[in-house]
Design a binder for this molecule. Structure first.
Ligand SMILES: [Zn+2]
Length: 377
């Protein structure tokens, strides 16, 4: 048995054999299940609010700090249409803006995320001038010779995500497409230069490193970078998609272990981690996006295999979080459901949600930041 995950108690039942699914044949959740989820959210929010009283007061990040809590409340305000959540979101967002470190440039771990989250909240509250002030604060990420990495947590892609987030939330070209494209151009150039370096001899036309390692997953590595370069809003030319991004995606695809999982780093042959940050649950988004762009059925088959690994090994002893926990792994089923509308995946997502609703009863490890957005409640 896998030492890092619990055996999946739902494995042998699955959708086809369960007479009482928590949704109807059109994929709509039944009221009973919805109420259970809502009640659990209320209960866990109280637990979180109490726990946050002893959280690190200087952690402003989306990943583990105040901006992550602000983003959660922003999301809740949209899901429930409840203005009081938006006010709570603003309180946390403004707490974050008071302790930025002016060092990192990304959405998840840097200053750009807190500014973007605050901007969207202020915009929703009608404070458009203050929102615009938050958006006007741009760090410079375009210098190729700087030591800035390209990955998602600390690098250029994490800054680029901020720009996409703002446009998505505003439902407009609040940040110009030209500005987004400039970041992508630098990331592509950086990957080409690194792949062409004579020490590297890369088989992939684009290659990236983070602290001397060639990470594969979305947090620090290749899959996250390629995923964003395939986003239509990034407007990467079809020539570059065909000659650079496509072959780079193929390179990652072929790093797959026989189990269907993926390594954390190139050359790592220990098939251990099934997390969003490292392993199949993070690679799936690159594959589903590649399927949408290139239409090759092999990408869809590989993505399905990623979801299968999550179903078998995704109930992690590390806990319930997004980055390396059960909730993050559950998103793989939603990704497959949204793409295929196969109710099997909705069923699996609901089962992982049920697991999370038994929060605290499985004897999981307590994360470093137990109430945060990416690691905690
Ligand atoms: Zn993680």
């Amino acid at each position: 048995m896998d030492a890092r995950s619990f055996p999946n108690p739902y494995l042998y039942q699955d959708y086809s054999k369960d007479p009482s699914t928590p949704f109807n044949s059109a994929g709509q959740l039944i009221p009973d299940f919805v109420n259970r989820v809502i009640n659990k959210i209320k209960e866990l929010l109280q637990l979180m609010e109490t726990g946050l009283k002893s959280a690190d007061p200087r952690d402003f990040t989306v990943y583990t700090g105040w901006s992550g809590i602000a983003l959660l409340y922003l999301h809740l305000s949209e899901v429930f249409g409840d203005q009081s959540f938006l006010i709570r979101a603003q309180e946390y967002a403004s707490k974050a803006l008071h302790c930025l470190n002016k060092r990192d440039v990304t959405f998840l771990c840097g200053d750009a995320g807190p500014y973007a989250v605050a901007a969207v909240i202020l915009h929703r509250l009608g404070s458009h001038k203050e929102a615009d002030e938050c958006i006007s604060r741009h760090p410079s990420v375009l210098k190729l010779e700087s030591r800035l990495p390209d990955e998602l947590l600390y690098g250029r892609m994490g800054y680029l995500y901020t720009l996409l987030f703002i446009n998505k939330c505003y439902n407009a070209e609040k940040v110009s497409y030209r500005c987004i494209q400039e970041v992508c151009d630098v990331v592509i150039k950086s990957g080409e230069n690194f792949a062409a370096h004579k020490r590297m001899q890369s088989q992939s036309p684009l290659m990236y490193e983070w602290y001397g390692e060639y990470y594969v997953g979305p947090a620090h590595g290749l899959a996250g970078i390629y995923y964003f370069l395939m986003q239509p809003q990034c407007n990467v030319s079809s020539e570059k998609l065909q000659t650079l991004i496509g072959p780079s995606v193929e390179f990652v695809r072929h790093l797959r272990y026989p189990s269907g999982n993926y390594p954390a780093c190139i050359g790592d042959n220990r098939d251990l981690l099934v997390h969003w940050c490292h392993g199949a649950p993070g690679i799936i988004y690159m594959l589903t996006q590649a399927y949408k762009i290139f239409k090759a059925s092999a990408y869809l088959a590989d993505a399905a295999q990623c979801a299968e690994i999550c179903w078998q090994r995704g109930l992690l002893k590390k806990g319930y979080g997004i980055c390396h926990g059960v909730a993050g792994n559950a998103y793989t089923f939603l990704a497959m459901y949204n793409l295929t509308h196969d109710l099997k995946y909705l069923y699996r997502a609901c089962k992982f949600a049920e697991w999370c609703m038994d929060f605290g009863e499985h004897g999981c490890r307590t994360p470093d930041t137990p109430f945060s957005l990416f690691e905690g409640t």
